[in-house]
Structure formats: structure tokens, C-alpha cells
Design a binder for this molecule. Structure first.
Ligand code: AMP
Ligand code: MG
Length: 663
């Protein structure tokens, strides 16, 4: 549609009809059935091997077992500087009773073949790494001998040695004929060292599967380009390409293609012609008219095997085979895309790349909150893990499948059965870890997030303290702190009755540590003559007087909402029902002309270049769980708050750090 011309009535009705079309899945199947159908058609054998020079083989996968062609060390070798001798000759040697041995007339340096035999009563000087001469069965360290410089040079040995002492025998490190490296091993620096130690210059590795990575969406903008109105960056392309490489594949980036059947078909055919596998994300959701699926259905046989899986996230997944090439359409939503990639695509890439099946690592954890779930779909919930006295606690990351960070910041996930309509609070679950290890943080911070908190977390990181912040809002932080599920809860809630911040949240077992002050103000677009140059009070009166002026509110429970309601004194101006959850969302709505005014903190208004009329400072403080206060990480947190360098950095963000003695 031409964006500039006004659409005709018929054109707009047509467009609405297209947009409102329901998802049309061929047949929604279970995850297990989807996997069965796909795997029945797949060739999972590793691709053929290719020979690579060692210098180019890092992180590649060994194609066939490597058998050691030589012994390492290749000969019996001295481990110290000293004298090669017969252990039996030193039998009664001690500090006061040295044994004298005549020296043979050679010195065995590294890389020199010995010429003389070590006979009984003699010894030969030898350097570390030298070849043990015939007749010798041990080496005495030079420190335990004394040189006797007579006509016939000799040594006094002050310590008895045992047979074999300070000798590395041939093949003791690597024995000729033994399996040095097994197929399926990913080559790291250690493996390169082992191959070089055997004199090898090249190694047979599995060819990496070439995986085409495509995105589709009219809204997609490549990173590096300016973001146009309504545009979003193509993050799927980047994360999937990197995940392909992690799984042992070679990502072939095809960029983002517009939501246009012809263009998409052309790109997919080019991808199929040049790659071992094709992964496309987007064009799958309700309203998109299932563009990707329509194009895939034209590409060749056997075609689509699965379209629609009873999974959340991931329902629109489409699995197809075009000839012998697997083609997978992932949902566009970033979390759904990467989740289904790991469930259905990564194992296939690993198999073709010659890597073994990745064992799932799971831990038991308690989920402290109730989670409603859709009946009929197996639901995966991404969680952050924190340690508590009674074991691990799993907190849902709480971001929807549209979030980019939900997967990246999660420690793992657990499943809610398709037949359950909810998971009860305090249920025990099995959390499958993402990545191998479970990194328990040193400090858990749960509550309201603030950009200056990042400064504190950064300062902690420099001191080696790993803090995990989980943004659950002030109220969420208060409950986590009172349940002892976190160390520190950042809060900024005003007591409506007294107008005092945060003190009313104190309860037995909790202490309040002052944080910083953030100026709240009336935010508007610069140049808006209705507000420019006014005080906040006058601007508010102007806003309330004109029904054409639209506000943007805040979510109930937020400190800012309490402030807004006290300013409005019961009035509910247009836009009151629009209640986003953050300062950023408020300022974005005003900057993008979706609202004319709202209340937010000064630093965020500045980030968006908006007009700002100060109202009152808001106190952002920390509830500290007393029982954990003595922990070194909590102490470090409090020290960092007092540190002048940190306080300067907080000031630079437009906040005023509080005096540390008072609240
Ligand atoms: P779709 O499956 O195309 O309907 O997309 C569903 C949602 O995911 C929309 O909000 C898209 O903007 C978003 N999305 C689709 N592809 C990408 C991508 N490559 N990167 C980031 N977001 C995407
Ligand atoms: Mg799309």
C-alpha cells in the first residue's frame, strides 16, 4: 500500500480482513510428534571429513579417532638437571655418608644422543630433557651432589635415589598406537598441543553444516542502520547465526527479507541451493497471513511435515524438508525463535557437525509464585535461579515471548504440562539449565530497577562480586525480601498518608539502606506551547482543562502512580487507562506522540530529549534482609554505595546519592 496516499474504503477493509485472519495451522501436534515426524525424514549423520592444518582447526570437530603415531616422550628422558646413574650405587648414601661415583667423560645436553654406557660406580652429567644413557636407571638432582674436581672427576651423592627417579619413560605421556583424540571432540588449544606433540601438521575434521539464516518482516532494520518509526532491529538474525556457530554449524547470513511472497521465495530458493539447512524466522504469527508457510509449501517435496506445535512459546513452528534439505520456520518473536531453535534445530546441527548429543543438565527448584497456563499447550517458563536456605528458587523472568532478553538472561526453564491450567505457588520443578553450569550469583537484588543500579552492579563486578538483578517492581521486591528470597530489594514507594518514601515498608527482619533521589517531573514534547515555560502545577492545570490533551499513566503499585493520583486528586483525564510499567515506556509514548504528557524521572526524560518540569524528588532505597546483612557481598554492596567514585557516577546520570547515615 502506498503509505502517502489515503487508502480507499475497499483497500482498507481488505487490509483489515487480511490482518484479522486467524492463524491457519495445518494441524497442531505435540512436541514429541513434531520431533518424530521431522526425525523420520532427517539424515543426522555427521557430514564428511576434511583435512585442515592445525592452525585452522581450532573449535572444529574431530572426524575420526586420532591414533598416536609415535611415543611421547619418544625416549626415556631426564626430568631434572643432574647425573644419570644406577640407583643401586646410591643405596646407603645420606647427608653424612656420601657415595662417590666417577664421572663419565660426556655431558648429555638436550637433543644429543649419549655415547657412553653408565657402568656401576659411574655417573654421567645430564640436562633436563636429555636422553637417559644405556646402563642408567635413575637421575640424582644436581642439588644433592657435590663435584669432586680431582684428576678423575667424580661426584659425592648425598641422597639415595630409587630406580626410575626423575625419569619420564618413553610413551608415558602418549603411547604409540593409543587413541589420542576421539571423534566428536571439539578441538581446543589442548587438543592442538597433543596433535603437535605427535608431530602432526593437519587433522581430519567434520565439514561444518552450512546453515542459511534468514529473517522476514517489513519492520526489520539491520543493526547499524537508523531505526525508522515502527521499525525494530533484526535481532533474530544475529542470535540465530551465533547459535548456529555454537552448535557447530557455519551460519550463512541472508539478512532480512520483506513480507513479500516473491522476494521471500527467491531468498529461500537461493538459500536452499547453497546450504545444508535453512532457518527462517518470522512471517508466522496471527495476522501475517502465514506468509512463510505459504511460500514453503511451494518449494518442493516432501514439503511441510509439521505446521503448528502445541508448545508455548513456539506454536507457529513449521518444519519442512525440501528434497534432502531441512527447512525450519521459527516464530518471529525473539524468545520463541531462540527457544524453538534450541529445541528443534540445534540438536540437528550438532549431529551433522559430528558433535555428540548434548546431555541436559537439570536441577530441582521451588517456584514461589502461581503461574497460570494455557490448557492444551505444553508451556515452557524461563526462570532465574537464586539460592535460598532450603535450596534453589526459580523465578519466572516474567518477560513475554516478544522479549529479546528473556532467553538471554534466563538460567533455565521448566515445563508446565499441557493438561494443567496453572502451576501452584511453591511447586517443586525440574529446571533444565541453559548453558552448562549453574552460576549462583553472590548477591541477589530483586525489586524495582533503575539505571543507576547498573552503576552499583558494575562497581561490584569490579570487586569480583557477581550480582544478579531481577526486576520485579517495588512491591515484588518487598515480598521477595520478606520471604528471604533475595539479599536486597530496591524500592521507591511513597506512603500515601505521610508522603514519606519507603519507611512504611520496613518490617521485622528488614533494614533500610538509603540509595539516591530521582527527580520526578511533568514530561512533555519540547516546543509544546501548552506546557513550555510553565511550572509543573500550571502545566497540570492546562492538561486537565483541555479534553484533547492525552496523558500516559503508570501501573498501579508503582511509586510514580501514587504520585500521579495525588496530583490528579481523583480526576481521570483522557489516557488515564493507559498504564505502562516503566519510565521508559512513558517517555517513549510522549516522544512518539501517542500521549502528550506523563510523569517520569528526569534522567529518562533527558534520554528521550523531552521537556521536564520538576515536581518532587523520589527516594530510591534498598531493603536489606537482616539475616543476610553480614554476608561479604551485602557488605560490599553497602561499601560501594558509600564510595565517592560510585556516587559521582550516579550523579552523572542525574540522580542525587543520599547521605549514607540518614534516610
Ligand atoms: P511474525 O512471526 O513475523 O509475525 O513476528 C512476530 C513478532 O516478532 C513481531 O513483533 C516481529 O516484529 C518480531 N520479529 C519477527 N522477526 C524478528 C527478527 N528477525 N528480529 C526481531 N524481532 C522479530
Ligand atoms: Mg512479521
Amino acid at each position: 500500500m502506498n503509505r502517502d496516499a489515503k487508502p480507499t474504503h475497499t483497500a482498507i477493509v481488505d487490509a483489515i480482513r487480511r490482518a484479522a485472519r486467524q492463524e491457519q495451522f495445518l494441524e497442531v501436534v505435540s512436541a514429541a510428534e513434531a520431533r518424530r515426524r521431522f526425525e523420520a525424514r532427517l539424515d543426522r549423520a555427521p557430514l564428511a571429513g576434511e583435512s585442515l592444518p592445525l592452525a585452522a582447526a581450532l573449535s572444529r570437530v574431530i572426524a575420526a579417532d586420532v591414533i598416536a603415531p609415535i611415543d611421547t616422550p619418544p625416549f626415556d628422558r631426564a626430568n631434572v638437571d643432574g647425573f644419570a646413574l644406577r640407583a643401586a650405587d646410591t643405596l646407603s648414601a645420606g647427608p653424612g655418608t656420601p657415595k662417590r661415583l666417577t664421572l663419565n667423560r660426556e655431558v648429555i645436553a638436550c637433543g644429543v644422543a649419549p655415547a657412553l654406557e653408565v657402568a656401576s660406580g659411574t655417573a654421567t652429567a645430564i640436562a633436563t630433557g636429555g636422553v637417559i644413557p644405556r646402563g642408567a636407571d635413575a637421575v640424582v638432582m644436581i642439588e644433592h651432589t657435590e663435584l669432586i674436581e680431582d684428576a678423575a672427576p667424580a661426584i659425592d651423592v648425598h641422597r639415595a635415589v630409587t630406580s626410575g627417579q626423575f625419569i619420564s619413560y618413553a610413551g608415558s605421556d602418549i603411547a604409540r598406537g593409543e587413541t589420542l583424540l576421539r571423534r566428536g571432540i571439539r578441538i581446543g588449544s589442548r587438543e592442538i598441543g597433543m596433535l603437535a606433540a605427535c608431530g602432526m601438521t593437519s587433522v581430519e575434521v567434520v565439514r561444518r553444516p552450512r546453515v542459511a539464516v534468514l529473517s522476514t518482516g517489513d519492520e526489520l532494520v539491520q543493526p547499524g542502520q537508523p531505526l525508522r518509526p515502527g521499525g525494530v532491529y533484526d535481532s533474530n538474525g544475529a542470535i540465530i547465526a551465533a547459535a548456529v556457530a555454537e552448535a557447530g554449524g557455519e551460519a550463512v547470513p541472508f539478512g532480512a527479507v520483506a513480507d513479500d511472497q516473491t522476494a521471500l521465495e527467491r531468498a529461500m530458493r537461493a538459500a536452499l541451493a547453497s546450504c545444508d539447512m535453512v532457518v527462517l524466522s518470522g512471517g508466522t504469527s496471527k495476522g501475517a497471513g502465514d506468509l512463510s508457510h505459504q511460500v514453503v509449501s511451494r518449494l518442493g517435496s516432501p514439503g511441510i511435515l509439521v505446521h503448528g506445535v502445541a508448545l508455548k512459546p513456539g506454536k507457529p513452528l513449521c518444519l519442512a524438508m525440501i528434497g534432502k534439505t531441512p527447512l525450519i520456520v521459527l516464530p518471529g518473536f525473539p524468545t520463541s525463535a531462540i527457544f524453538t531453535f534450541h529445541a528443534f534445530v540445534a540438536p540437528l546441527i550438532r549431529a551433522r557437525a559430528g558433535l555428540p548429543v548434548e546431555a541436559a543438565h537439570a536441577v530441582a527448584a521451588r517456584v514461589p509464585v502461581r503461574i497460570p497456563s494455557e490448557l492444551g499447550r505444553e508451556e515452557f517458563v524461563l526462570v532465574s535461579l537464586v539460592g535460598a536456605d532450603d535450596g534453589l528458587i526459580a523465578f519466572p523472568t516474567g518477560k513475554g515471548s516478544g522479549a529479546v532478553t528473556a532467553f538471554s538472561q534466563a538460567d533455565g526453564f521448566f515445563a508446565i504440562d499441557a493438561l494443567a491450567s496453572a502451576l501452584d505457588a511453591d511447586s517443586q520443578v525440574e529446571v533444565t539449565l541453559i548453558g552448562k553450569s549453574e552460576h549462583a550469583p553472590d548477591l541477589v537484588i530483586m525489586g524495582s530497577h533503575d539505571i543507576a543500579l547498573d552503576v552499583v552492579v558494575g562497581a561490584l563486578a569490579e570487586r569480583g562480586v557477581r550480582a544478579r538483578t531481577i526486576a520485579v517492581g517495588s512491591l515484588g521486591g518487598v515480598s521477595a525480601a520478606s520471604r528471604g528470597e533475595c539479599d536486597i530489594a530496591p524500592v521507591h514507594l511513597v506512603d500515601a498518608a505521610s508522603g514519606v518514601y519507603n519507611k512504611h515498608l520496613l518490617a521485622p527482619g528488614l533494614a533500610l539502606v538509603p540509595g539516591w533521589r530521582r527527580m520526578q517531573g511533568f514530561v512533555f514534547r519540547p516546543g509544546d506551547a501548552r506546557f513550555e515555560g510553565c511550572s509543573a502545577e500550571v502545566a497540570l492545570q492546562a492538561a486537565l482543562a483541555d479534553p484533547a490533551i492525552l496523558m500516559v499513566n503508570r501501573n498501579a503499585g508503582s511509586g510514580t502512580r501514587v504520585l500521579i493520583d495525588s496530583l490528579l486528586r481523583g480526576a481521570k483525564p483522557p489516557g488515564y487507562a493507559n498504564q505502562p510499567r516503566s519510565h521508559n515506556a512513558v517517555t517513549a509514548a510522549i516522544a512518539q506522540n501517542r500521549a502528550d504528557w506523563g510523569v517520569a524521572i528526569a534522567p529518562v526524560a533527558n534520554l528521550y530529549g523531552l521537556g521536564f518540569l520538576p515536581i518532587a524528588p523520589e527516594h530510591y532505597d534498598f531493603l536489606v534482609v537482616e539475616a543476610r546483612r553480614r554476608r561479604p557481598a551485602v557488605q560490599a554492596f553497602i561499601e560501594v554505595l558509600r564510595d565517592e567514585a560510585t556516587r559521582d557516577r550516579i550523579r552523572a546520570l542525574g540522580m542525587e546519592p543520599a547521605a549514607q547515615e540518614s534516610i
